[in-house]
Design a protein around this ligand. Structure first.
Ligand code: 1GP
Length: 248
């Protein structure tokens, strides 16, 4: 089954959790172990990406070990066209629509598209929208961050993405953000669009995960909390069960 079909099928009955693994944060072997814990905690998919400086060999080795350990989908969350590996099940084919850097809007995509075609990787188009504070990805991506109190701007970007034919929208507060995307913004964007809404950045507790999901996020992404946890399984189990309890 294609990963996009897997996502859409799941969303008919429940919200989705995806755990983000940064290849730069541990050895490929440990990434495999973390992914296995994610699957054991009923997380729905593994995302791989997040660091700017990491090379394709490290991403490739990391995805290899993850794939050896899990049967849930493994999706690339790339920072550039230089980190695409055929070992993943799919790639978020992302455009940071609110970047001032043309490279982030369409440059890397032009470089990456022939690679994706050549290795026959499933592309899942995604409007990647960086919301205040944006953290590292906001700075590196030269994002004109969407202010937290301007849901209208987030709606305009999200609708533009949908009308351009993009299949998903990701509201990103930035990895390690002090708090998640405001519920009001999530709710209003969700009401405006009819494509899956991903939300990530700053989700640490099960209460936050529930609130974000209940506000309207279809896919809740967590990264830092997994990296920092001493007991990944029980932490992720808590997040997943909170997300699955939210209204669909
Ligand atoms: C980063 O949104 C993701 O791209 C995850 O953020 O590390 O804060 O969970 P956290």
């Amino acid at each position: 089954m294609k990963v996009m079909d897997y996502i859409l099928k799941k969303l008919e009955s429940e919200k989705i959790h995806m755990g983000l693994i940064d290849p730069d944060e541990q050895s490929p072997e440990d990434a495999g172990k973390i992914a296995s814990l994610l699957e054991d905690s009923s997380s729905d998919a593994v995302m791989v990406g997040g660091s700017t400086g990491v090379g394709v060999e490290v991403v490739d080795e990391t995805v290899k070990h993850i794939k050896e350990n899990v049967s849930i989908p493994v999706v690339l969350f790339p920072t550039s066209a230089g980190t695409i590996t055929p070992r993943a099940d799919a790639i978020y084919f992302m455009s940071m629509l609110n970047s001032l850097d043309r490279q982030k809007v369409i440059g890397e995509q032009v470089k990456g598209a022939p690679i994706v075609r050549e290795i026959n990787l499933e592309p899942i188009s995604m409007a990647y929208l960086v919301v205040e504070p944006g953290m590292t990805v906001g700075r590196v991506g030269e994002a004109e961050v969407i202010p937290r109190d301007e849901p209208g701007l987030a709606i305009s970007y999200s609708l533009a993405a949908q009308y351009l034919g993009m299949r998903t929208v990701y509201l990103e507060a930035g990895s390690g953000a002090p708090s998640p995307i405001p519920s009001k913004m999530i709710r209003e964007v969700k009401e405006a669009i009819n494509i899956p809404l991903f939300v990530g950045g700053g989700v640490r507790t099960k209460e936050q995960a529930y609130e974000v999901a209940n506000a309207g996020a279809d896919v809740i992404v967590t990264g830092t909390v997994i990296e920092e946890s001493d007991d990944i399984k029980s932490k992720v189990e808590g997040l997943v069960s909170a997300i699955k309890q939210s209204k669909v």
